[in-house]
Design a protein around this ligand. Sequence first.
Ligand code: PLP
Length: 383
Amino acid sequence: MNIKPAASETGDPLLLTPGPLTTSASVKQAMVHDWGSRDQGFIAINKMVLEKIVELAGGQGTHVTVPVQGSGTFAVEAMITTFVPKSGKLLVVINGAYGQRAKKIAEIAGRAVATYETPEDTPPDLARLEKILVDDKAITHVFAVHCETTSGILNPIVEIAALVKKQGRRLLVDSMSAFGAIEIDARNVHYDALAASSNKCLEGVPGLGFVVCRNAALAECKGNATTLVLDLFDQAEGFAKTGQYRFTPPIHVIVALGKAIEEHAAEGGVAGRGKRYRENATVLIDGMRAMGFRTLLPNDLQAPIIVTFHMPTDPKFVFQRFYDGLKDRGYVIYPGKLTVADSFRMGCIGRLNADHMRGALAAVREVLDEMRVTNGGPALAAE
Ligand SMILES: *Cc1c(COP(=O)(O)O)cnc(C)c1O
């Protein structure tokens, strides 16, 4: 190994993954205190965090952030089961694992479900989506994923929102891996609810999901929920009455998220964060292509969040050796789980910059050399 292993500010390997991801030392440092959950100091920090998230969403005066203890999926499940009434029907737009997961959530909750599925490298066709809504009047809600992290594809959420509104239906958005880095402004994009979490583009630590809810829509949701803990209506009512969580909040996570949001603002908000991630993605994609690797997605479908590469077909390439070699050099990547292609993924988000991506490329080169792989491409016949 010729290069010195890369490390985060706290000496850990860099996470080129879709989250949890590398966070700043200052975000981690924010957690080394204790707060009482009923303490005014904590209640004030939590209030600030929830208000800042509404601002980031462009929802001041019209929307409210309702947090949910747990990972992002807890927020997605809370969103679906709070907003879709028992008599409702949810159309799930699927092109990856997170769309599939939403379908499963709705089914377990006993909601009527329809799906519109396209392959993992294909965005939904808007005319087809519109026809489904026109033909099935029972559909009350549509669920769509903003950036489908399975492949890294950017779905046309603005167009989907306009179409759903035109057809008089309600939209639920999973913007988990995009919120904070790819603009989605509630003043232009009409939705009932949008779910995201502490540990993706906001660069906090894992443990808090949240749902940005349109006030008028949330007001109609009393009694919809099929669980106690994931009832966003009840959770919101608790905050309105006392400013407090109904059940123990992940206090350290929330305080760290407050710090992370401060750093997000200092970087220039959504525009600044998105710019750094786009640079990371460009450096990564150009460098990998120069070594022969092929991306699953063309540039125009690629979100600057996570990049899927076809597995090289050179028989000397052994993925486990590749993974371990990169890990030894301080870079943790992500095995793929696509149905359309044998692949692996490298993330561009978290406390990473273009120099880190160049370091990762140098590590890839070294590991390929060690395996005597000269070209990272998939054989054309394998497609
Ligand atoms: C990360 C992610 C989630 C939530 O996953 P958790 O593991 O529960 O945090 C949901 N949807 C998308 C698109 C994601 O990227």
